[in-house]
Design a protein around this ligand. Structure first.
Ligand SMILES: Nc1ncnc2c1ncn2[C@@H]1O[C@H](COP(=O)(O)OP(=O)(O)OP(=O)(O)O)[C@@H](O)[C@H]1O
Length: 323
């Protein structure tokens, strides 16, 4: 991380869902991280660990039964957790945070062409018509801005008049990226952007997102369970387990030497086919019935009595009594 003011500063973010019978699901607990301009933080972890809930909290898209605590600050001090829906809709989503969605084909409207999606986003977010005189000039300004947006995401002009179902997975991903870039937001949030893509496309998508980040000075929060994509793109890796960030580590150290220090993070790497290909035994706890101590203790070969009773506080980037 650099010393620049963070593009996003998340402190003690927690999300609980109120359930019938007075129960709670603690989907995210006390998550903290900072994201510098021009850098990428990959938030990794198994399915169900709370990654998407954290992303929804940042975008103000949590359902009504969610309670939040902590803060998520943009550089001017706007707290995404307490900002009202009108502020988020008018000034944040698309303008200050661009969302690269999971399953882009599903995110796009099936009956509309990519050009129509882009032109609508341009009209809404980029206002290219301000200088145009007359309706025809305004239409042409929107069209040109939409074509430029497609070009920025390497979406071919020849495919702009196609519908989402006429696109390959890779092109649908680029269309979604083009849409996310229209508002020129300084922060991109990519939720599982490589899910369902083959290996080559994972690499290409990761490289393209990387270019939109480092080269353009944007910050990227990438949520993924795909460690190969994280390896390709991230400066920092944050590992989430059972709703908590258990380790935050520079990507070089995480994927190279000395490697992660938390036993769960080490287990995630060892489970990769290109490494030991050894799955972590057992499964994560229910987020509605978390144990009092470390949530990983039941699966951890090094756990002792303290681990089972006392929650480890994050110290120098890792939350483990024995790291
Ligand atoms: N509206 C809700 N009410 C209650 N629990 C919810 C609600 N939405 C999500 N959860 C729970 O929050 C937990 C975290 O879900 P989340 O979707 O963030 O996981 P994830 O890590 O993104 O997994 P995936 O990669 O499968 O999307 C899950 O246990 C889920 O069941």
């Amino acid at each position: 991380m650099t010393d620049a003011a963070p593009a996003l500063d998340v402190r003690g973010l927690s999300v609980r869902f109120r359930m019938p019978g007075g129960r709670y699901v603690a989907a995210v607990s006390d998550a903290s991280f900072r994201l510098a301009p021009g850098s990428c933080l990959a938030l990794v972890g198994e399915s169900g660990c709370g990654k998407s809930v954290l992303a929804s909290a940042l975008l103000g898209l949590l359902p009504g039964n969610a309670d939040t605590a902590g803060s998520a600050l943009l550089p001017d001090g706007l707290d995404l957790l307490t900002a009202g829906e009108a502020v988020l809709a008018r000034t944040v989503r698309g303008r200050r945070i661009g969302l690269v969605p999971q399953s882009p084909a599903a995110h796009l409207t099936p009956v509309r062409t990519i050009r129509s999606h882009l032109e609508e986003a341009v009209r809404e977010l980029a206002h290219p018509t301000a200088a145009a005189r007359g309706r025809r000039a305004a239409r042409e300004a929107v069209r040109a801005a939409a074509e430029r947006a497609a070009e920025r995401a390497a979406f071919p002009a020849s495919h702009l008049d196609r519908h989402p179902h006429e696109l390959s997975g890779g092109l649908a991903q680029r269309a979604a990226t083009a849409l996310a870039l229209v508002g020129d937001a300084p922060l991109l949030l990519a939720d599982e952007p490589t899910t369902g893509l083959d290996r080559d496309l994972v690499h290409r998508t990761a490289d393209e997102l990387r270019a939109h980040t480092r080269d353009a000075g944007r910050a990227l929060l990438m949520i993924t369970h795909d460690l190969a994509a994280a390896h390709r793109i991230a400066d920092t890796v944050a590992v989430m387990y059972a709703g908590r960030i258990v380790e935050t580590c520079p990507a070089d150290a995480f994927f190279g030497r000395p490697g992660p220090r938390h036993p769960y993070a080490r287990g995630l790497l060892d489970a990769l086919p290109e490494r030991a290909f050894t799955p972590i035994p057992g499964s994560p706890p229910e987020l509605g019935a978390l144990p009092p101590g470390c949530a990983f203790a039941a699966r951890c070969p090094g756990a002792d009595a303290r681990c089972r009773t006392e929650l480890p506080a994050p110290a120098s980037g890792v939350a483990c009594h024995h790291a």
